[in-house]
Design a protein around this ligand. Structure first.
Ligand SMILES: *Cc1c(COP(=O)(O)O)cnc(C)c1O
Length: 374
């Protein structure tokens, strides 16, 4: 699905030198690369603070902890997302409230959100799924009206942006009270291990996020609150500083792959190509098609025979996962989510494709599709 090797080879001298530099310094935790990366990412994303942490799941958890939510408080999230978004809600004994997504954008449906808001709602977590910004303007307006915090799960859309109706553009992850992201290797800005970060413009909240990620301490060995241990290590930060300089180019490369697929597949009766919402600069973490009248399992098998990987993101929506059985996941009626889960298929997308490879994939995909019609 991704080609990290070719990407690494292009930046190998810079990356190897940066890693060597950390090895020579023996400052493996914290240090100049971690603080420089945090500053550089804050500048890139147009926020006052970036607080690095160990992974994107921790980022979500720490964000919820810093907001001081209490057991039983309701947190609204889409079910159609990676499990991390909702798992942390349950882990903190908060109540996940699942809402449906739009069939075209794959992001939080505004009507479904409106209906889900109650007096107990304390946070909304929109997910910029597959690299497309959720429709933030109405989400932020509803949240403001009801005094609810918005945490953006930006793990899949770093580098993307959102345009408000007055023409203002903001980076994904910079609009909520906290934005979170992941540097998992296959993400749009990936490191060579695990990593994550939180974004905020709120000085007091930044301080709190930083403390929670560091055992609740500000002064060493004086612990003000219960926190956790969640750090981005120096080697990862050094790698990320280099990759951040290429992020816009990586996003453009992904968009070019999407353009190629769109051209090859547009107008096909069995396929819906990804919709690009006018308010979002889609950065195509995934290229996800909707199939109709196709035996998906057969199609996946035929593609595999041609050496073409394909994936279901995700085979089971969150509210139907066994982990939410006892938490009442089955009570949610999310028709769009359920239907999408049966129809989506993601094709390989990354920064290093040649035109020949893309032609090979699209030609063989269309042939396999013909052979999989029902
Ligand atoms: C990857 C991802 C996460 C979690 O990131 P990790 O670094 O793997 O913990 C959270 N939310 C979404 C939508 C993701 O895609």
């Amino acid at each position: 699905m991704v080609d990290l090797k070719r990407q690494y080879e292009k930046i190998k001298p810079e990356v190897d030198a940066a890693i060597q530099n950390v090895l020579d310094s023996t400052a493996f935790i914290g240090g100049p690369d971690v603080s420089a990366f945090s500053r550089e990412l804050a500048d890139y994303n147009g926020v006052r603070h970036v607080i690095p942490c160990a992974n994107g799941t921790d980022a979500l958890q720490i964000a919820l902890m810093a907001l001081g939510l209490q057991p039983g408080d309701e947190v609204i999230t889409p079910s159609f997302t990676y499990i991390a978004t909702v798992e942390v809600v349950a882990l903190l004994r908060l109540t996940p409230v699942f809402v449906d997504v739009d069939a075209d954008t794959y992001t939080m449906n505004i009507e479904s959100l409106k209906k889900a808001i109650t007096k107990k709602t304390k946070a909304i977590i929109p997910v910029h799924l597959y690299g497309q910004a959720a429709d933030m303007e109405p989400i932020l307006a509803l949240a403001a009206e009801h005094g609810i915090a918005v945490i953006e799960d930006n793990a899949q859309a770093i580098g993307g942006d959102y345009t408000f109706s007055d023409g203002t553009k903001k980076k994904t992850g910079s609009m909520g009270v906290v934005g979170t992201t992941s540097f998992f290797p296959s993400k749009n800005l990936g490191c060579y291990g695990d990593g994550g970060a939180m974004f905020t413009n709120d000085d007091a909240l930044a301080e709190k996020l930083r403390m929670i990620a560091n055992h609740g301490q500000n002064v060493r060995y004086y612990h003000e609150m219960v926190g956790c241990n969640s750090r981005l290590d120096a080697i990862q930060a050094a790698i990320l500083r280099i990759k951040l300089r290429h992020l816009d180019e990586y996003c453009d490369a992904r968009r070019k792959v999407a353009d190629h697929y769109d051209q090859a597949f547009s107008g096909h009766a069995s396929l819906t190509t990804p919709y690009r919402a006018p308010y979002s600069r889609h950065v195509f973490h995934q290229y996800t098609l909707q199939l109709s009248g196709v035996n998906r399992d057969k199609l996946i098998g035929l593609l595999a025979e041609k050496g073409i990987p394909s994936m279901l993101y995700y085979p089971v929506p969150s509210h139907k996962q066994n982990m939410f059985k006892s938490l009442g996941g089955g009570a949610f009626r999310l028709p769009v989510t359920d239907e999408l889960q049966e129809r989506v298929l993601s094709l390989p997308i990354h920064t290093e494709f040649t035109k020949e490879e893309l032609d090979y994939i699209s030609t063989n995909f269309l042939e396999a599709l013909e052979a999989s019609r029902i």
